[in-house]
Design a protein. Structure first.
Length: 107
C-alpha cells in the first residue's frame, strides 16, 4: 500500500513541476509597468527588467530616486502577478493557496 502512495506522490510532483515550468514561461511574457515622474520601468512577472525609459526633462539629480521608486513598484506588481498565477495552479491541483494558513497573521 505504501508503494501506491509513493507512486501517487511522484505523479503529483511531476505534474507540479510541469505546471511550474509552464507558468514560468507565461510569467516571462507578462509585462508590468511603473512610472515615477518621467521615469518608466517595464519588468516581466519573472522580475526581469525589460526596459527603462527616462524622459529628457527629468533632472539628472532626481534620476536615482525616481528610478528606485519605479523599479520597486514594478517589482511589487510583478510579485503579485506571479503569486496570483501560482495560487491558481495550486488551487487547480487541490493544494489551496500557499499562504492560506497564514492569513491575518500580520495584522
Amino acid at each position: 500500500m505504501r508503494t501506491m502512495s509513493s507512486l501517487s506522490q511522484a505523479k503529483d510532483m511531476f505534474k507540479l513541476q510541469k505546471q511550474a515550468k509552464k507558468i514560468k514561461k507565461e510569467l516571462k511574457n507578462i509585462h508590468v509597468e511603473a512610472e515615477a515622474e518621467g521615469v518608466e520601468v517595464v519588468v516581466n512577472a519573472e522580475q526581469e527588467i525589460i526596459s527603462i525609459t527616462i524622459s529628457e526633462d527629468v533632472s539628472r539629480e532626481r534620476i536615482p530616486a525616481l528610478l528606485k521608486d519605479a523599479l520597486n513598484r514594478a517589482m511589487k506588481k510583478a510579485q503579485i502577478v506571479a503569486a496570483e498565477k501560482m495560487q491558481a495552479v495550486m488551487g487547480q491541483m487541490g493544494m489551496g493557496a500557499p499562504d492560506a494558513g497564514m492569513k491575518g497573521l500580520g495584522k
